[in-house]
Design a protein around this ligand. Structure first.
Ligand code: R5P
Length: 290
């Protein structure tokens, strides 16, 4: 029973001390509810404002990609250095021990492999994303592609559900084989994701005008790394993207296919969280490389 009498008198009311009003640290999310902010705060570090997400969902579209043949050997050693893991539910359940206790950006759209162009994508049931304690749900959005309407409908449906259960939605801009990854296209695709309610957006970096892509997207952007390039160039891309206003990276092949993946993810962290210049980060990579 709670005591009704004999308790210490309450006296620390802080009369005259105004309650501190703090803006949420991620752009465009001030008016979102507590659950969304809590999950986004697990993915993004509030000190740097950025995130190093490790993407290894490639198998769902590419099969046993180089570096991902054995998730236990190729990915598990990297997990401790990632702020968030981006993967499918299949690999999550089969290969990732729950004890790693990392936020998950769950790939929830499916329907395509590299053997075809983008197909009529579907979404998995949100019940399973909830069961897996996903911190975000990621869906492919193909702006300008044959299945544009399907993928935008998927995003819209996912945002409806995400808002109901306070799970952020990551809009992933898929660039079809016939489209160009320039600022005009990426800016449009990212904005379309944000306008349709994506909590954050994953897109590609482009050398010309990426700052405009970020500026015109009202919610945080993280970049995909794309095909494997030399480590110094990948670090330069990460640096440029952050410098242009991106809130992090969701990198896969340029980490797990690097000469030394652990050294690479540590060097990426130095760029993303500490603002390390690319030449210094590459030096760090070489120093750490086994
Ligand atoms: C995106 O649709 C893929 O599934 C990957 O998550 C994404 O491309 C990031 O990986 P990478 O850095 O290898 O491009």
């Amino acid at each position: 029973m709670a005591d009704a009498t004999g308790n210490v008198d309450a006296k620390n009311y802080g009369i005259g001390v105004p309650v501190e009003k703090k803006a949420f640290f991620l752009k465009g999310l001030d008016h979102y509810d507590w659950g969304i902010k809590d999950r986004m705060s697990r993915i993004f570090d509030s000190r740097s404002g950025n995130a190093v997400m490790l993407a290894f969902d490639h198998g769902y579209i590419m099969g046993p990609t180089s570096g991902l043949e054995r998730i236990d050997l190729g990915i598990l050693p990297l997990v401790e250095y990632a702020d968030c893991l981006m993967c499918t539910r299949g690999v999550l359940r089969s290969c990732i021990p729950p004890e790693v206790n990392k936020p998950i950006s769950l790939r929830v759209s499916a329907g395509t492999t590299v053997l075809t162009e983008l197909n009529d994508e579907c979404l998995m049931d949100i019940q399973d994303a909830i069961s897996l304690n996903a911190s975000a749900m990621a869906a492919m959005v193909s702006v300008g592609g044959k299945y544009e309407a399907t993928t935008i409908r998927n995003l819209t449906k996912l945002v409806d559900l995400g808002m109901k259960y306070s799970i952020p939605v990551l809009g992933v801009t898929a660039v079809g084989k016939s489209l160009v990854r320039d600022a005009r296209y990426l800016g449009m695709a990212s904005r379309v994701c944000a306008e349709n309610g994506a909590t954050f957006v994953k897109t590609y970096y482009c050398e010309e005008g990426f700052a405009k892509v970020v500026a015109a997207c009202p919610v945080p952007i993280v970049i995909a790394g794309g095909k494997k390039i030399p480590e110094d160039q990948a670090l330069q891309v990460a640096y440029n993207a952050i410098n242009d206003g991106a809130s992090g990276v969701d990198m896969g092949r340029n980490v797990f296919q690097a000469g030394d993946p652990i050294a690479m993810i540590k060097a990426v962290r130095a760029v993303v969280h500490d603002g390390e210049k690319p030449d210094k980060a590459f030096q760090l990579y070489n120093d750490l490389k086994k």
